[in-house]
Design a protein around this ligand. Structure first.
Ligand SMILES: Nc1ncnc2c1ncn2[C@@H]1O[C@H](COP(=O)(O)O)[C@@H](OP(=O)(O)O)[C@H]1O
Ligand SMILES: [Mg+2]
Ligand SMILES: [Mg+2]
Ligand SMILES: [Mg+2]
Length: 353
């Protein structure tokens, strides 16, 4: 008997692997083609290209599904040189396993089709039906500085995350490797690249992020915390994304002395899910910011399937049914299930909740 969501999982893993291959090409071969979005955050040709390749695979297998993706093609429709740069990348990035590439549906017919695929990610989201969430490059700032980033894909059904996949090209392959923030300017790709996956009720796995067919996966689980004082926090590099002074106070109250490890992207969720770190805190820096569903959907499931609990700072589960944002939530507290309550209590004391 094939397990539930087996096909969705395979498509998602291979699509993420192919998109990650594109992002690595951008990092190594190309000027990154960075442009500023309306909110002043960066987006690169890698973000657009990876989104196009992922949506092409989803469109091939699940044409009726809705898609909520971070990027849109508007700017590319008026900027021909930028569009051509992206098309050049997209049209020449394949998996190097012929069967796997064929399974994803092969090439996109042309640059216009590519733009339309990118814009297929414009679903408003919501509580009904099958909706994919895509963050083609999460941690674009990390990507640009040679740090951590993640290619993120999740399937939600009626507002619940059922399948989650994270491709983390710059994390060590070895699940037992010590937690590192940046990979450093002169390090190579040797020994790096992990693909994390989870299906609801089926546990979480990691495998080397490859360039063709999928490698063998192995089960991952969070590390049990026996002494809170020896736990390690993961948090954003960007102080504008998570309040680092609040997290320092929380660490102090929990008698944690290890410095928190700062890394960009959902690599934080993957890292705690495999026991390389222990606790991921994302503490609001503003009253109005709403977290985006594509920044959390895959990581939320991977951590919960690895034995973790994920809530916001009020203790509610992340609610992916509200549209493109987590409109009902504030911040994120992710920790091994056994200690989540203890961590949340201190988070709430420090935040005055
Ligand atoms: N003020 C803010 N508060 C929280 N998250 C923010 C933010 N502004 C941007 N972000 C999100 O933070 C993500 C990166 O998270 P992290 O800090 O964990 O690396 C960004 O994803 P992208 O890089 O995909 O745009 C972006 O969506
Ligand atoms: Mg972005
Ligand atoms: Mg993101
Ligand atoms: Mg992004």
């Amino acid at each position: 008997m094939t397990s539930l969501y087996a096909k969705e999982l395979e498509v998602a893993q291979l699509a993420v692997q192919r998109a990650a291959r594109l992002t690595k090409r951008v990092f190594h071969e190309k000027a990154k083609g960075t442009v500023s979005k309306d909110d002043k955050s960066p987006v690169t040709i890698g973000d657009f290209g990876a989104q196009a390749l992922i949506i092409a695979a989803l469109q091939h297998h699940f044409p009726a599904d809705e898609i909520v993706a971070e990027e849109e093609a508007a700017q590319l429709r008026t900027d021909a040189p930028l569009r051509e740069q992206i098309w050049d990348l997209v049209s020449t990035t394949q998996l190097d396993d012929v069967a796997a590439e064929g399974f994803l549906g092969g090439r996109i017919p042309g640059a216009d089709a590519m733009l339309d695929l990118i814009d297929r990610g414009n679903s408003p989201g919501g509580a009904r039906g099958r909706i994919w969430a895509i963050d083609p490059i999460d941690g674009t700032k990390g990507f640009l500085r040679g740090g951590q980033y993640a290619v993120c894909l999740a399937l939600m059904v009626d507002g619940d995350v059922k399948v989650g996949v994270l491709g983390c090209p710059n994390l060590p392959v070895d699940d037992a490797a010590p937690l590192t923030a940046d990979i450093g300017a002169n390090q190579t790709d040797e020994g790096r690249g992990v693909l994390f996956s989870a299906v609801v009720g089926q546990g979480a796995t990691s495998r080397p992020l490859g360039t063709g067919a999928l490698a063998e996966g192995k089960k991952i689980s969070m590390k049990p915390i026996t002494e809170m004082s020896s736990a390690t926090f993961c948090e954003s590099v960007e102080s504008g994304h998570s309040n680092q002074s609040d997290s320092a106070q929380i660490a102090q109250k929990l008698n944690i002395t290890n410095p928190s490890v700062r890394m960009d992207s959902q690599a934080k969720y993957g890292s705690i899910a495999r026991g390389a770190g222990d606790i991921y805190l994302r503490l609001p820096t503003s009253k109005t910011y709403q977290e985006k569903i594509w920044d959390h959907a895959a990581g939320d499931l991977i951590v919960r399937e690895a034995g973790g609990q994920v809530t916001d700072t009020t203790g509610s589960r992340l609610d992916f049914s509200r549209g493109r944002t987590l409109a009902a939530n504030k911040g994120v507290v992710a920790a091994p299930a056994a200690v989540h309550g203890q961590v949340l209590k201190v988070v709430q004391e420090v935040l005055g909740l």
